[in-house]
Design a protein. Structure first.
Length: 154
């Protein structure tokens, strides 16, 4: 009786684990991981972006309720991974290597974006006076930046 119960439990556990972490088809690998906030709590429904090192294969997914994500069926190579959620963003994890038949695990931590205002003076055009414009909502993350120019008249 105990043997029957043990075998049934073992079979159920094997099927459950196999359905969650199913391997990619032969010749392909997987990038998977988890997204956390600064307090170390998993972040559900965070957006995760994966990009091949050559700029191709831009893919996005969303984390599950426990903050886990997966990008299955990836060709061997180097990738970059990043997460974002409601004004928070992780650094790009670069040089993530994918090997056939394996899962590469990545842990991402979300941080609040830093915002700055910058003033730039443009040279006068065709006899106009000098024009001052303020750039607002500049977000700096690692080496990349995003900016919006406030529309002003010169």
């Amino acid at each position: 009786m105990r043997l029957k119960w043990f075998l049934t439990a073992w079979l159920c556990a094997t099927l459950a684990i196999g359905s969650v972490a199913a391997p990619s088809p032969a010749g392909l690998g997987t990038v998977g991981g988890q997204v956390f906030d600064l307090k170390g709590k998993p972040v559900p429904r965070a957006h995760v972006t994966l990009q091949a090192s050559d700029g191709d294969q831009l893919q996005t997914t969303e984390t599950n309720a426990q903050g886990h994500f997966w990008f299955p069926s990836l060709p061997e190579g180097q990738y970059s991974v990043r997460a974002s959620d409601q004004g928070r963003v992780s650094e790009w994890r670069q040089n993530v290597w994918v090997s056939p038949g394996h899962q590469t695990d990545v842990t991402l931590h979300l941080r609040h974006r830093q915002k700055s205002n910058v003033s730039i003076t443009f040279p006068p055009l065709h006899g106009q006076t000098t024009c001052m414009r303020t750039l607002k909502n500049i977000s700096f993350v690692q080496k990349s930046s995003t900016m919006t120019i406030e529309k002003t008249r010169c």
